[in-house]
Design a protein around this ligand. Structure first.
Ligand code: SF4
Ligand code: SF4
Length: 383
């Protein structure tokens, strides 16, 4: 029997990320197949790169529920532009080595330009990397990043983003850079790098559906594919105030961490070789909303605090600025205070945990870039 929309809503909203990613892998695959059938085998996807290192694209290669090849085959996605996976039209140079000339490089952006300025359909726009909206000296806004040519003129990533986001049915910001600014938007940056939602707001661009933010450096690939399968069913997953699917960003890592028993009994590691709680070595699991400890990574094999290092808060909206840095500096330590329980308890947290709650909030607030303040954790979130 086919998975219904109601079943799928339950999967993504109520049953928990771990169950979605593992127990229901077959159902998710079936959803992909259904959507492909409904769309005549074509779902037009544009994967636009802004400022970043393509780490999220590489992360996608580790997807397991389903894997990327399975997803592409079952969904029959027409990835009309995804530069990291496109085969350049290489030419044989005089030296005998294979080289790519400017002509072929220009040709490779034609599908992107057709989607941005022409009639080519865009069902899903994925943005990886941080849009750069600033103007270099003597230049125009967006001039820090070019993505191709149209009618003989260079087109900035900022312009392409505006055109594509206005046209796409769904806009998904994949990774920390596009969701919250990430490293390119860190304190001291000079290029006007901002999260996708802020770039679109500044340009006055409205999207057909709410932008979905899949935070993380890199993004967890199974969460990206589950979210894709959700929006391709025609509905947005249940999102929090920052546009993140609640299924993956509702619980603190600290709540399900395999080292939690050591924390509860006050046993703390002094080196990364130790098995105890990594609090004193700088763990940011207590302030980071993420299902890493539940779904894990790499086909469910493990994740940061299980593998050895601490959580460095790569999914926290302020990453890589404080309070996620200094990476190896511990959060304020209040022995005996159970942070997530207090936070979840709402009003009780405000009274009993006032010292810790206020301390972390102040630290976070005073250190943030102005453009990143809007991306702070919801009140009661980061404690
Ligand atoms: S502080 Fe970090 S290592 Fe310790 S229990 Fe919490 S999440 Fe796990
Ligand atoms: S455990 Fe922390 S640092 Fe590791 S992937 Fe999850 S949020 Fe990022």
């Amino acid at each position: 029997m086919d998975l219904t929309r109601r079943d799928f809503l339950k999967l993504c909203s109520f049953m928990g990320a771990g169950a979605v990613a593992t127990v229901y892998a077959a159902d998710i695959k079936r959803v992909f197949a259904q959507v492909a059938q409904q769309n005549g085998g074509k779902v037009h996807l544009i994967w636009l790169h802004a400022a970043g290192d393509s780490g999220c694209t590489i992360s996608m290669l580790q997807a397991s529920n389903p894997d990327l090849v399975e997803a592409a085959q079952n969904l029959a996605i027409s990835a009309d532009f995804w530069d990291a996976f496109m085969t350049p039209d290489y030419q044989l140079g005089d030296s005998g080595w294979v080289t790519a000339g400017y002509t072929t490089e220009a040709t490779s952006s034609v599908p992107l330009m057709n989607a941005a300025f022409g009639d080519a359909p865009v069902d899903v726009l994925v943005i990886e990397g941080t849009p750069q909206t600033g103007a270099p000296p003597g230049g125009s806004p967006g001039d820090y990043c070019w993505v191709g040519q149209y009618n003989g003129s260079s087109v900035s990533g900022y312009t392409a983003l505006q055109k594509l986001a206005a046209k796409a049915t769904w806009v998904i910001a994949v990774g920390q850079c596009s969701a919250f600014g990430g490293i390119p938007a860190a304190k001291g940056q000079l290029t006007g790098a901002v999260p996708v939602t802020e770039a679109l707001k500044a340009a006055g661009v409205a999207t057909k559906n709410p932008v979905v933010n899949i935070a993380g450096c890199p993004a967890q690939p199974d969460w990206v594919l589950i979210t894709l399968s959700s929006v391709l069913q025609g509905f947005s997953p249940d999102l929090d105030e920052l546009g993140r699917p609640k299924a993956f960003y509702s619980r603190y890592i600290h709540e399900s961490c395999p080292r939690r028993g050591y924390y509860d009994s006050g046993q703390f590691a002094t080196s990364f070789d130790d098995p105890e709680c990594l609090w004193d070595l700088g763990c940011k699991g207590p302030i980071t909303l993420s299902a890493c400890a539940e779904t894990k990574w790499n086909g469910g094999l493990g994740f940061c605090t299980q593998a050895g290092p601490m959580c460095y808060g790569c999914m926290h909206p302020s990453f890589p600025d404080p309070p996620t840095t200094g990476f190896f500096e511990p959060l304020p330590h209040f022995p005996g205070v159970d942070i997530p329980t207090l936070e979840l308890a709402g009003g009780v947290a405000a009274v009993v945990g006032a010292g810790l709650a206020v301390g972390l909030a102040v630290e976070s607030k005073k250190a943030k870039e102005p453009e990143k303040q809007a991306a702070s954790e919801p009140s009661g979130g980061s404690g």
